[in-house]
Design a protein around this ligand. Structure first.
Ligand SMILES: Nc1ncnc2c1ncn2[C@@H]1O[C@H](COP(=O)(O)OP(=O)(O)OP(=O)(O)O)[C@@H](O)[C@H]1O
Ligand SMILES: [Mn+2]
Ligand SMILES: [Mn+2]
Length: 714
């Protein structure tokens, strides 16, 4: 056994103190490397890597170097008698190595056997070994021994029972509580702080390279890409010259495995710095909090490949991340994650490396959060504050996903605000009805129904209302769908507020004007409400700008008014053929794109299509979205249709339906379904789900003539 290892072990309180780690035997034998008086502190390491070695009792055979003589260690045996180890089953097959469960000197260990077919790969083995011999930290996977002589090249590591963090999150679907998550983050941050203080950049920080022990304590592993910062310029240049591609695991196996953790500057082929590790750390800890694979909305790995491949190509993602500012969906404050942690994550993945904190800062911040939590635990939480909910409790409760910190009930808010506007008095629709007083006009016989499903999403952000006989008026009917994004708040608010505004406006202006005005007032009221919650700090998540699209159909006698803002769609079936009563307001529509741009908005091709602003919104009109106002207007487009005996039914639906079923198919499906509006709605939603719609799906069907007639029409 070696006597002592000098390490720079910086922590919050011991910054810049040179500390010596010494093995227990050396300490017991009094073999200190230098006289105590020279140093303020002697640190006897109790990290498990040492204990592991003590149990091992493997002899170091001098000279303890690799076959080339470039790797050496005074504590880690570098060549072993073949009888001292046995490889058992393979536990992981990477692009660069196979990792086996193994027995080394009677103890269960992990043996990493690199694939060495070229001389470069052999060089790489030596480099990784040189590096690993220098690393001694409780947050770094412990190298117990190595075998660095032909024909066997092997690394032996401490065995981590729970394998890696990616496996736990996406295969085991493990949901850590906040304390577990915080402790993993801190262990990782300390390991990276240690590396950076040694001048080493890891370059492959990701959950798959975080190993977990039985008690979920975390270790950073896989130094296959790690480099001394001073060598990086040369290494990177050589790599790019030889492959034309950036290094960093970019092109090995499934590109998303690593690409999604790569900082924008790396994607544009700049040189790695400490700050690119900080970026990868940010993406990784957000993944730990959300349990969701970055740039998808899925948890389980089994589903990952197809969806990832469908959503983005390598190039799309590269350009969206590096020039479009795209980032994974941030963990929600509703899951109990403290706002300070969310803002730390955002700082870590800032586009400008200089704005990212260093690991010294990160360790301090995480440490503070940990102390805070401990303090809160001590004080009686139940007295004043609800206990911080564990992430999984909220995740399990789909309906809670978008209720924010103090649980603002947006639908109650919507009701109150709009009732206040109409003073709770409704003076009737005389003006509307008198306006169309033609005794010979076609008389509608209505039946209506709806169906709404969350689909494959984790939460429901669609809302709708069915209000036949509005205010008990036999000839006035209203139906509406709201499709929320960035949370359900705007949709929940609007489904209450908009019909109230509409009722209040019924006595003041024409149906078309009333619809426009109701949309605009709902939007203003919602944004005001959100603002006041921000001021009163009930909403503390910065950059939370919920919105919703909206479609409302208003029938007054034989006239149908359809108001639309966004990509919900309304069609009318006339003599068996679909007639569009609304136009989708999306950035891929040139007119809308021009309108947004002339209103001062920014439209860019991002990921897969045209999108608006930093938020990368696909729709160009909506209620809410206050970061994109006024360009993304709430003002609807209105169509006005005189209904006649030729008109059979109306279908309104959120884009979850229209994404996968065409207007014509919708009419055909209704033709083949029992003429019952709720059944037809359900049939359409089911069809959309079966065709792979990934969104919430809401469908409203309104028959405009007696069902027997509808049946006869076909
Ligand atoms: N000490 C260990 N204990 C338990 N499992 C381990 C250990 N070391 C590695 N593994 C498992 O093997 C996997 C691959 O290990 P590692 O990342 O070191 O290899 P690699 O070939 O460099 O992989 P990659 O293809 O990600 O670069 C890990 O994600 C982990 O699941
Ligand atoms: Mn790995
Ligand atoms: Mn690797």
């Amino acid at each position: 056994m070696g006597e002592a290892l000098p390490v720079d072990y910086h922590t919050k309180h011991q910054a810049n103190t040179k500390i010596w780690e010494i093995s227990k035997e050396a300490a017991v034998a009094g073999k200190f490397p230098i006289s105590k008086s020279h140093y303020s502190l002697i640190f006897i390491a109790d990290a498990h890597w040492k204990i592991g070695q003590e149990k091992m009792g493997l002899d170091i055979v001098e000279p303890n170097t690799c076959v080339r003589g470039c790797c050496s260690s005074n504590s880690i045996p570098l060549h072993l008698p073949p009888s001292s180890f046995t490889l058992l089953s393979a536990i992981a097959k990477g692009a660069e190595s196979v990792v086996y469960e193994a027995i080394l000197d009677g103890k269960k260990v992990a043996a990493k056997k690199p694939i060495l077919s070229t001389s470069e790969e052999l060089d790489k083995f030596h480099k990784e070994l040189q590096l690993l011999c220098q690393l001694h930290h409780p947050g770094i996977a412990t190298l117990l021994a190595a075998h660095a002589k032909p024909p066997n090249y092997l690394f032996f590591f401490e065995f981590y029972e729970k394998t890696n963090l990616a496996h736990q999150l996406h295969v085991e679907e493990w949901i850590p509580d906040l304390d577990q998550a915080l402790s993993i983050m801190l262990q990782l941050a300390k390991a990276l702080q240690y590396l950076h203080n040694k001048g080493i950049i890891h370059r492959d920080v990701k959950p798959a390279n975080v190993l977990l022990d039985r008690d979920f304590s975390a270790c950073l592993a896989d130094f296959g890409l790690a480099e001394y910062k001073k060598d990086l310029r040369r290494v990177s240049t050589v790599n790019w010259r030889s492959s034309g591609k950036p290094t960093g695991g970019f092109h090995k196996k499934n590109m998303v495995g690593t690409l999604i953790y790569m900082a924008p500057e790396i994607l544009t082929k700049e040189i790695h710095t400490e700050k690119s590790d900080v970026y990868s750390f940010g993406v990784s800890i957000n993944e730990l909090l959300t349990g969701v694979i970055p740039y998808t909305d899925i948890r389980a790995e089994a589903q990952a490949h197809t969806v990832l491949e469908m959503n983005y190509t390598e190039q799309q993602l590269t350009s969206a991340v590096s020039s479009g500012g795209l980032r994974p969906v941030l963990a929600g404050i509703e899951s109990g994650v403290p706002a300070s942690m969310l803002s730390l994550i955002q700082k870590c993945w800032d586009a400008n490396p200089q704005n990212r904190p260093s690991f010294n800062d990160i360790v301090l911040e995480l440490d503070d959060m940990l102390q805070q939590r401990k303090k809160m635990e001590k004080e009686d939480l139940s007295l004043h504050q609800p206990p911080i909910s564990h992430v999984h409790q909220v995740m399990d409760d789909v309906n809670n996903l978008h209720t924010y910190q103090e649980k603002i009930n947006w639908s109650t808010q919507g009701e109150c605000v709009s009732k206040g506007a109409s003073f709770g008095v409704h003076s009737g629709f005389r003006m509307w009805l008198d306006g169309f007083d033609d005794p010979l006009a076609y008389h509608l016989v209505l039946s209506w129904g709806s169906f709404a499903t969350c689909g494959r999403r984790e939460s429901m952000e669609d809302m709708h209302f069915l209000m036949p006989f509005l205010c008990n008026e036999k000839d006035v009917h209203a139906f509406g769908i709201f499709d929320g994004h960035r949370g359900a708040a705007a949709a929940e608010f609007s489904v209450q507020a908009l019909p109230e505004f509409l009722k209040a406006l019924g006595s003041m202006c024409s149906p078309a004007d009333a619809l426009v005005e109701a949309f605009v007032r709902t939007d203003v009221a919602f944004r005001d409400e959100l603002d006041s919650h921000r001021k009163s700090r009930r909403v503390i998540q910065k950059d939370w700008h919920p919105g919703c699209t909206a479609a409302v159909a208003l029938i007054v006698k034989n006239k149908l008014f359809v108001a639309n803002a966004g990509d919900c769609r309304t069609i009318l079936c006339r003599r068996g053929c679909p007639v569009a009563l609304s136009r989708d307001h999306v950035a891929s529509c040139p007119e809308e794109r021009n309108r947004v741009v002339s209103a001062g908005g920014e439209v860019k091709w991002q990921v897969d299509t045209w999108r608006v602003g930093r938020a990368a919104l696909q729709v160009t009109r909506s209620i809410g979205d206050d970061d994109l106002k006024p360009a993304v207007t709430a003002e609807p487009e209105i169509t006005e249709t005189v209904l006649s005996v030729e008109d059979e039914f109306l279908v309104m639906a959120s884009d979850g339906l229209w994404d996968v079923v065409s207007d014509m198919e919708v009419t055909n499906i209704i033709r083949d379904t029992v003429k019952e509006p709720a059944m037809c709605s359900k049939r359409l939603a089911t069809e959309a789900a079966e065709r792979g719609s990934k969104d919430n799906i809401t469908v409203i069907v309104v028959f405009l003539c007696p069902v027997s007639t509808a049946e006869r029409v076909y």
